[in-house]
Structures are given as structure tokens and as C-alpha cells.
Design a protein around this ligand. Sequence first.
Ligand code: BTN
Length: 305
Amino acid sequence: MREEIVKLLERENKLSDDALSEIKNIEINDFSNIVKEVGNEETDYIKKSEIQKDLNTQYIGKELYVFKEVASTNTVAKFLSMHNVANGTVVISEKQTQAKGRSGKSWESPLGGVWLSIILKPNVDQSKFPMITLATGVAVAKTLEKIGVEEPEIKWPNDIMINGKKICGILTEAIAKFNTVENVIIGVGIDANLDVSQFPKELQAGTTTLKEELKREGNENLLIKIFLEEFEKISELFNHEGYEVILKEWRKRSYSIGKIVEVREPFNTYYDGYVVGINKEGALIVEKIDGTLKKVISGECIIKN
Ligand code: BTN
């Protein structure tokens, strides 16, 4: 992580040659102030002032850092979460050079998309962690509905789909201490003002973008503002144990329930089954061919019909 942060500062010309050669002696704490300084500088497309103007939230996005380019907003957010930032701090970048997807995959992040990470300090038991992920999917779906997308759906655990094509991915990472989640980094990537042709060939058939769906370019700053507001509403439900409401909203938009899937659990356990639903822990309930029910907590779920 240290290396990535140094690279970020190098790119921004924030470190003199002398400083670079002495870098080994610099306290990591000193970096955090410089990172915050860079994140407060004027950017070209994503504008902190526009996002925060009339932003109707109590804490989400009140502290906001916007960068022109970082390796991954999740990494910068993870770093900042250890250096005195408020609950609900948001890190955005216009581009990412080494963005992370789920299951160790990479994530395409050219200029034009919305790439952001939210730092939450929820202080909840680790068992509640999947619920934060589901709640984020609901917030993205509601945001898309607000800007005119018809019937976005959520593929378990939290890919947002339009007509069977993925438009958004979410990567949640927890920093836990003694079974309690101290910090959660919620990384959200929305393919906004992009053309599908900008993606690698092998991803094109399964990908869509807001520009393709709405047949026009949209305002990314407005999209982010609406998302932060929707996110705060749903995280308030989470904070007050409104899990049933979150699940209801999720189930209403489910792309997975009622489908035949191939489940790929960690450590290479693969099997086919029928998706019966999600339970109150946020796990997917799959009926295997032999009739037994499986509870899937993590892994991939590939739709077969
Ligand atoms: C997925 O594989 O579906 C999850 C993709 C998550 C991408 C977002 S973009 C912002 C944040 N920073 C990252 O490096 N990844 C997440």
C-alpha cells in the first residue's frame, strides 16, 4: 500500500527527488495529509463542489476526496481509513490504473465511469457484513431508477444488471478487529459515460453502460450525488437493524432468484442448482439437483438459464 500511495504522490509531483530518496524515513502519517491535500485539489471532470452542492446527507460524502488518477480508490480509502477520517468519507477518482474487482479480478476504469469508495465505521459484528454489501446494491439500483433506467436488477451478491448485462460492480472490503468490523470500504464502479467498445472484447457481450442505455451522456456529478443520498438512506436502515426492509428491496429487484445457476464457492467447490432466495443473513439459498439446500455465503454464481 505504501508503494501505491508513493506512486500517487509522485504522479502529482508532490515529492521532490530528495524526498523520494528519503522516503523510507518518512512516517506514513505524514503521507495521509499530503494525500488529503491532493484529493482536495481541482479536478477536470468529477467536481467535489458540484457533488457537495445541496448534498442532502448527514455524513456520507461530507468529507470527500477526488483524484485524477489512482491505482484503486479502495486502496486509497483503506489507507485514509487508518488516518483520522470521518465515518462516511468518500474517495473518488476519474481513472483507476489497477482497480480491483471481486474474486481477484481486475476492473476496467477509464475516464467517463464513476469509480468511488465509501469508508464506513459501522462497529458491527462480522456476521452483518454481507448485509452492507446487499444494501449497497439496492442503493445503486435505486439511483439508476431515479435517473431513468427501467428495472435495473441485482445479481447476487451485488452486480447491477440491465437487461442481463452488467453495468455496476461492488467490492466491499472489511478491516476487522476481534470479530467486529471496524472499517468497511465499499468500492462502487458504475459504467456511466462509456461506450461498450472501450471494454476488452471478451467483456463486451456481458457489459452495458448508462450512455448506451439512456442514449445520451449523463452528468456524473449528479449521479454521484444521488447515489450518496440513496446510500445514506439505506445505511441508516442498516444502522437501525432494518434488515428486513433491505432484504425486501433487494428481493424486489433480484435477477438471481428463480434461475438455474452454477455456484462456484471458494476452494473450487462447483455445483449446479436452482436459486430459491436469499435468507436474512444475505446468503443465497440454492436447491441442488439432489434436492438438498445449500447456503452460499461467498463465491460466484453463474446464471445458466
Ligand atoms: C466486481 O468485480 O464486480 C467489483 C468491481 C468493483 C470496482 C470498484 S471501482 C471503485 C472501487 N475501486 C476498486 O479498485 N474497485 C472498486
